[in-house]
Design a protein around this ligand. Structure first.
Ligand code: GUN
Length: 291
């Protein structure tokens, strides 16, 4: 029987643990607080940010919600980040990407206080991760480590293939998999759009993480029998019946399920864990700033 890894259930368990941490921190010091900054009219970005706000409120985490006009100068965004950096009541800052073209997102990331960088995208936090002593782990790959642990998948000594080399998922996933730490010690191959023979690589893998942003890229014929399959994709495509759109992952779920020993669904797999790990990092930020 193939195990369908229930991201909603694993995330709910973590959120419950975090609620008591939030209560303790709030009683002992101050309420953990996340500031989100949105400079976009994109409905998907607006939805993501409002979900992050709702998640915080559910746990008792404080929120700040800054919205900037998309035609505001970059200096206005930098000013907002500077003010949030200086605000002792704010422990965590997240600037939702993408930002408008006239703003250099790299400059934004480098401006966020690394102690408040709960995305873990600041070069100092990326460097610490690569060097093997992460402060914060990026939310999606950290969530995947938690999902694998919850499904009793030991990564130690396994062959892992990560499909996709994004800054947000692929690169940090590889770094976490190769660390000499729980959830790591996997022999890891990273594949991307220039990989010559993707199937030859995925067929060797005990664990496949599909994070390429290509709808249903990985199907059952590309998997070894018994592989563990983690689907990071969130792709909106035309529905087969021509009636609106439908959400699919980077994995063709039906065929992959026939080969896999365990697999995450879309939705309800990696997505809820990414959201939960942002709450985890926010609590961690508050705790680090309290010590
Ligand atoms: N846009 C899409 N995913 C993310 C994320 O994880 N963090 C931020 N800041 N922006 C995003």
């Amino acid at each position: 029987m193939t195990e369908i890894i229930d991201g909603n259930a694993v995330a709910a368990g973590l959120r419950e643990e975090l609620t008591s941490c939030v209560d303790t921190l709030t009683a002992a010091a101050s309420r953990p607080t996340l500031a989100t900054v949105l400079m976009s009219d994109d409905p998907a970005s607006e939805t993501y940010v409002s979900m992050k706000q709702d998640d915080c409120e559910e746990l008792g985490i404080g929120t700040r919600d800054v919205e900037l006009d998309t035609d505001a100068p970059a200096s206005e965004l930098f000013g907002v980040v500077d003010d949030l950096n200086a605000d002792d009541d704010v422990n965590a800052i997240l600037v939702q990407s993408p930002v408008p073209d006239h703003v250099d997102y790299r400059e934004v990331l480098e401006r966020i206080d690394p102690m408040k960088d709960v995305d873990a995208f600041h070069p100092e936090n990326v460097g610490r991760l690569v060097a093997g002593y992460p402060r914060y782990k990026p939310c999606t790959p950290h969530g995947i480590q938690r999902l694998l642990a919850a499904a009793d998948v030991d990564t130690d000594g396994k062959d892992a293939v990560v499909v996709g080399r994004s800054r947000i998922v692929g690169k940090p996933m590889v770094n976490l998999f190769i660390q000499d730490a729980p959830g790591g010690n996997a022999t890891t191959t990273v594949c991307h759009s220039h990989t010559d023979d993707l199937t030859a690589k995925t067929r060797e893998a005990d664990i496949v993480v599909a994070a390429a942003g290509v709808p249903e890229l990985v199907d059952g014929s590309m998997l070894k029998e018994g592989a563990v399959v983690i689907d990071v994709g969130i792709n909106r495509i035309e529905a087969e019946d021509g009636d609106g759109t439908t959400l699919v992952g980077d994995v063709d779920f039906e065929s992959a399920k026939e080969k896999a020993s365990a697999i995450t669904p879309v939705p309800g797999g990696v997505g809820p864990m990414t959201r939960a790990m942002l709450l985890y990092n926010t609590v961690k930020a508050a705790s680090l700033q309290t010590d």
